[in-house]
Design a protein. Structure first.
Length: 136
């Protein structure tokens, strides 16, 4: 597996202790994390620095936003195809109605939508809810 330091440098993000800590959280958890989740994992970190770190990661194509049914903003790791200024996260998100974990489902193609021709689709977000493998 690629180390967090390598991932940071691949996305041209300067390595700092907090950036490594936040990235490791995403790598270890394999699910979308809210700001609150991250604060709980890293209770001794300054909030503003945490938020800035998330913003930097999002800007550099390392994490993307995941909105769930309760409108809590979460972030999840991007695939390798995302880079600075360009996100390519066209995949399904799965939200468990029991434990509320949200995960990226990368290998299922999004359904094709046919809209009236006066509309130009630029982004499609699809969240599927149900029970995850631990709750089923
Ligand atoms: Zn992305
Ligand atoms: Zn679950
Ligand atoms: Zn995702």
């Amino acid at each position: 597996m690629v180390s967090s330091t390598q991932q940071l440098s691949a996305h041209k993000i300067r390595t700092t202790e907090i950036r490594i800590a936040v990235l490791n959280l995403f790598l270890e958890n394999k699910q979308a994390l809210s700001k609150q989740d991250i604060e709980q994992f890293l209770p001794n970190q300054d909030r503003i620095t945490l938020y800035r770190t998330l913003k930097t990661f999002e800007d550099k194509g390392l994490i993307h936003r995941v909105i769930n049914s309760s409108n809590i903003l979460k972030y999840a790791l991007c695939s390798d195809s995302c880079s600075h200024d360009y996100h390519n996260d066209q995949h399904i998100h799965f939200e468990c109605t029991n434990c509320r974990q949200t995960t990226c489902i990368e290998n299922v193609p999004l359904p094709k939508l046919t809209l009236p021709k006066e509309y130009l689709v630029q982004n499609l977000e699809l969240t599927v809810s149900g029970l995850c493998k631990d709750c089923k």
